[in-house]
Design a protein around this ligand. Structure first.
Ligand code: MHO
Length: 222
């Protein structure tokens, strides 16, 4: 690809993100549900989710990182459009996609709702109560207020897409610093992991001006 066609392709890809809501127009939800690569993809594929990022939270030790986690847990943080999604919709995805029946062997992977406010806390507790009643046993998942969230290293962000041959590296290079916060990247990261609605997925792929090789690498994983 020569320089000028690379630039126009980049513009066409980035244009898809231009109308994304800003951080003060979104709401945020944070969940621990095992290794954070999986939930990053699952939530990223949901319509109404604007941005995702993975990080460390739920502990007290300063400056957590992957190899120096202290008492923190791997979590995904989801920014969503409150006009399209309710917190309850995210809770639904949370409760149906983690192992709430047993305590994780490591605090790194504990199941936890990290509520942004009292309303989220109450909503999460309400659902835990319903689940406990239905299951007839206690739920191991913790529910707490979020204190601090520390973003994880870049190589953990959108891990599924990053590890897709050809297109992962290409998109990471094209987006640069904008990679992690891109809605398009969040969706693609979810789609390559098998999540999302096929019709929306195909529609997005249609809109992106990708090289044939990149397109076929994505489709190979759909
Ligand atoms: N089983 C995974 C866990 C990674 S996750 C970011 C691995 O080590 O490959 O904790």
């Amino acid at each position: 690809m020569d320089h000028s066609s690379r630039e126009s392709t980049t513009a066409a890809v980035l244009e898809q993100d231009a109308n994304a809501l800003t951080a003060d127009e979104t709401k945020t939800a944070t969940f621990g549900m095992g290794c954070f690569w999986g939930p990053d993809a699952r939530f990223g594929a949901m319509a109404g989710v604007v941005r995702t990022r993975v990080g460390y939270a739920g502990g007290t030790t300063p400056d957590p990182s992957y190899y120096s986690l202290g008492d923190h847990t791997e979590v995904v943080q989801v920014e969503y459009d409150p006009a399209e999604l309710e917190y309850d919709d995210l809770l639904e995805a949370f409760w149906t996609n983690h192992d709430w029946g047993s305590t994780a062997p490591k605090r790194q992977y504990r199941s936890v709702v990290l509520a942004a406010d009292d309303d989220q806390l109450a909503a999460a507790e309400r659902r835990r109560g319903v689940l406990e009643e239905r299951a007839g046993r206690s739920v191991a998942t913790d529910i707490e207020r979020l204190e601090t969230f520390v973003r994880a290293e870049d190589y953990h962000q959108k891990y599924e897409l990053r590890s897709t041959p050809v297109v992962g590296d290409e998109l990471a290079a094209r987006y640069g610093d904008a990679f992690v916060d891109s809605t398009v990247v969040a969706r693609l990261n979810g789609y390559v992991a098998g999540h999302g609605e096929p019709a929306r997925r195909d529609e997005l792929l249609e809109q992106l001006d990708l090289a044939p090789m990149e397109r076929s690498e994505l489709q190979r994983r759909f």
